[in-house]
Ligand binder design. Structure first.
Ligand SMILES: Nc1nc2c(ncn2[C@@H]2O[C@H](COP(=O)(O)OP(=O)(O)O)[C@@H](O)[C@H]2O)c(=O)[nH]1
Ligand SMILES: [Mg+2]
Length: 216
């Protein structure tokens, strides 16, 4: 009888481009001349203004609920935190910059550490820059993009919190942001930590930059 048949093979699950097998905290870098990892593993850094959703994105990326602390008080992390992922690359979590509600002096604090780190990171293979899908890039975002272009580090742009807008509105915003920062729309990854949109695409892009031959 047909009811006795063995069930067919299950449809293969979509392959996860970044299965997390291990996550190791390496330490914090607090000043330009301070400690930084001696690891020679390829490195990828994550940057964006405070409150853009970076901690939430990192948690989604590594599939941990509390890997990076989602904050209700933006602009407090002042260090670069380094993690080894699967013993194969280093993830650098840069402090959020340019939160509007902290003083101008505090806002400018991000610059020496982030800039110093970026300029003196021989193992840096790429940077993920986060922009809020709902907003135009801020002056700080544009400064950061200029710096990345000058240093010549491959940049992955992620627009965050896409769940806050409808599909049409996201497409329109991606178009506007692409134009504002001078990249092709296809180079921008729409991302939502709430519904998981873009997680695998981002993971694949991160794996891509960390495994690419830097001399090519
Ligand atoms: N709706 C929505 N809210 C988000 C998303 N990502 C972050 N948030 C919220 O935005 C705020 C800042 O998030 P957080 O991850 O701490 O941002 P960070 O300061 O850049 O690290 C928090 O209230 C989060 O819950 C998202 O994808 N969708
Ligand atoms: Mg954060």
């Amino acid at each position: 009888m047909s009811g006795d048949r063995e069930p067919g093979p299950a449809a293969p699950a979509a392959k996860d481009p970044l299965v997390i097998r291990s996550l190791e905290f390496l330490g914090p870098m607090a000043t330009v001349d301070g400690w930084r990892p001696t690891s020679t593993l390829p490195e990828v850094a994550f940057a964006g203004r405070s409150n853009v959703g970076k901690s939430s994105l990192l948690n989604a990326l590594v599939r941990r609920k509390a890997f990076a602390r989602v904050s209700k008080t933006p602009g407090r992390t002042r260090e670069i935190n380094f993690f080894a992922v699967n013993g194969s690359f280093v993830l650098a979590d840069l402090p959020g910059y340019g939160y509007a509600r902290i003083s101008k002096a505090r806002q400018a604090e991000w610059r020496p550490l982030i800039e110093g780190y970026l300029r003196r990171s021989p193992t840096l293979r790429g940077i993920v820059l986060l922009l809020d899908v709902r907003h135009d890039p801020t002056d700080d975002d544009l400064l950061m993009l200029d710096l990345l272009a000058e240093i010549g580090v491959p940049t992955i742009v992620c627009v965050t919190k896409t769940d806050k807008l409808g599909t049409q509105a996201v497409a329109a915003r991606v178009q506007a942001i692409a134009k504002a920062i001078g990249v092709e729309e296809e180079q921008i990854i729409p991302f939502s930590a709430v519904d998981g949109v873009g997680r695998d695409e981002l993971a694949a892009a991160v794996v891509g930059v960390t495994t690419a031959d830097p001399t090519e």
